[in-house]
Ligand binder design. Structure first.
Ligand code: FAD
Length: 450
């Protein structure tokens, strides 16, 4: 018997006294960790309902419970000291609506699990994050994003959600029928309830190619930041902040129609040279786990993420932080950070710079502003990183920078709250769907109420 089967069997016996017998909840032998393993959750009590009715039952009976996605967040946003709720054992649900051009999937579905199906059916999503391994509900809850000056974060594809609120009732909201609160609910930080289904807007499938250029002088960005970031459908810059240099520029371009003919790549880009082999964002890492580059055409879902589905994304043992600020301050903010290179670089694997189009979600860091995202993939050195983060946050304070909800930050709650213009409206929505604060955890209590 493998560990998972054993746990399921023994939990069925254990669960009887705590939960209704029809609910297959289990208490793990030890709490789960997040993907990066920098965090062990504070409870091993994870409910794995198999049906929609079981989800409602678990939530109805809980005093405190927190939704768990694919565990890719780096901070305690998904943590609970009492109980977590995972939809991983739920039956798969896929509804492709070719009239409305939408797909509906269960909340725990990972993007990488249904992109190929979409492509084969003639459809695409507008964008993906750097990895396809994250769950749809978990990604949208934290305003997870890819890059592209005209591309909103992943939540902007959502046209409807179904969730189970604090009373165990099923609530369905759509942009069309609930325009007053929809923008408050989609980037919901897990605070309104357990998102069981998500409907995503689709567009016709498209082919892409990806090129990497090496060593772009940072000064080039002073007058050309938006032009450079707009030079492809999705553009990322990677730097380690040394020598005023952008180590790599990743340009992901759409090909015309369903063309599979590569467009010839220019050998130079603003002084940067076209890479002659596939690259990993970290110059010295193998590119084996990275999506195909060198201008080789491929479908959107095999070019938009940096990392392939079947492989470990990013570095593996790492920490991440990310800050968002209005795009017009991008170069000034980068120069402020370059000035503290001596603090940052020793603990850094790499920084990635991306852009995200403005959206309308109340809790999104991109609300009403097209943003630049300045991301740090840190070495797993939390003691050192937590000393650098306040310095970075201070440097970015003049630009009212906001942190990524799922990554590491040290910003004081009062400062964070002062930068969320729709916080009061969001709290009212929380009170409506979760009047007893069942879905609140220490992270939410501190970040939104501390
Ligand atoms: C290697 C790596 C690369 C990454 N790349 C990117 C990137 O390119 N862009 C980016 O923006 N971020 C990126 N992230 C961060 C990641 O996308 C976010 O942390 C995201 O929220 C993770 O989703 P998850 O499914 O793992 O959710 P979890 O981390 O499990 O949970 C995150 C939040 O979502 C809530 N939640 C989860 N499921 C549900 C549900 N069904 N209903 C209600 N609430 C729910 C949780 O309660 C919690 O508040 C990356 C992370 C890693 C580890």
């Amino acid at each position: 018997m493998n560990k998972r089967t054993f746990l399921k069997t023994s939990s069925a016996l254990l669960a009887g006294s705590l939960f209704s017998p029809m609910i297959s909840c289990r208490t793990d032998e030890k709490p789960l960790t997040n993907w990066a393993e920098n965090l062990t959750y504070s409870t091993g009590n994870v409910a794995y309902p198999k049906t929609a009715e079981e989800v409602r039952e678990v939530i109805r009976k809980a005093d405190k419970i927190r939704a768990l996605g694919s565990r890719h967040s780096f901070n305690t946003i998904a943590d609970s000291t009492v109980q977590q709720l995972s939809l991983n054992d739920m039956e798969r649900f896929t509804r492709l609506d070719k009239t409305a051009n939408t797909i509906t999937v269960e909340g725990s579905r990972r993007y990488g699990d249904f992109c190929e199906l979409l492509h084969k059916s003639g459809y695409a999503l507008h964008n993906l994050a750097s990895l396809p391994h994250i769950s749809v509900a978990g990604a949208c809850a934290t305003a997870t994003h890819g890059s592209g000056i005209k591309n909103g974060n992943l939540a902007t594809a959502v046209t409807a959600i179904e969730f189970v609120n604090g009373a165990g009732e099923v609530v369905t909201l759509s942009r069309a029928t609930n325009p007053d609160v929809f923008d408050g609910a989609v980037v919901g930080l897990g605070c309104l309830g357990m998102v069981t289904k998500v409907t995503l807007n689709l567009q016709p499938t498209f082919m892409m190619q990806q090129a990497v250029y090496r060593n772009l002088p940072m000064g080039t960005l002073k007058d050309n930041f938006e032009t450079i970031m707009g030079s492809g459908y999705s553009v990322s810059l990677f730097t380690d902040w040394t020598k005023q240099n952008i180590n790599q520029v990743w340009i992901k371009s759409k090909l015309d129609g369903n063309s599979t003919a590569p467009v010839k790549l220019a050998p130079e880009f603003y002084g940067a040279k076209l890479a002659t082999q596939n690259m990993h964002p970290l110059d010295d890492h193998s590119a084996e786990n990275c999506t195909e580059q060198m201008g080789v055409p491929g479908p959107w879902y095999e070019r938009l993420p940096h990392f392939k589905m079947g492989f470990t994304p990013s570095s593996g043992k790492e920490l991440q932080s990310e800050f968002f600020l209005p795009i017009e301050h991008a170069y000034e903010a980068m120069q402020a950070l370059a000035a503290m290179q001596a603090d940052i670089t020793p603990h850094l694997f790499i920084t990635e710079i991306r852009t995200i189009a403005a959206d309308t979600f109340w809790m999104s860091p991109h609300l009403n502003h097209t943003c630049v995202a300045i991301h740090f993939t840190w070495k797993p050195e939390w003691e050192a990183v937590k000393k650098v983060l306040p310095k970075i946050e201070n440097k970015l304070a003049p630009f009212n920078a906001r942190p990524h909800w799922g990554k590491l930050f040290t910003m004081a709650p009062a400062v964070l709250q002062s930068r969320i213009s729709k916080l009061a409206e969001f709290k009212t929505l929380m009170a409506k769907h979760d009047p007893t604060g069942k879905f609140r955890n220490a992270f939410i209590d501190s970040a939104l109420f501390g």
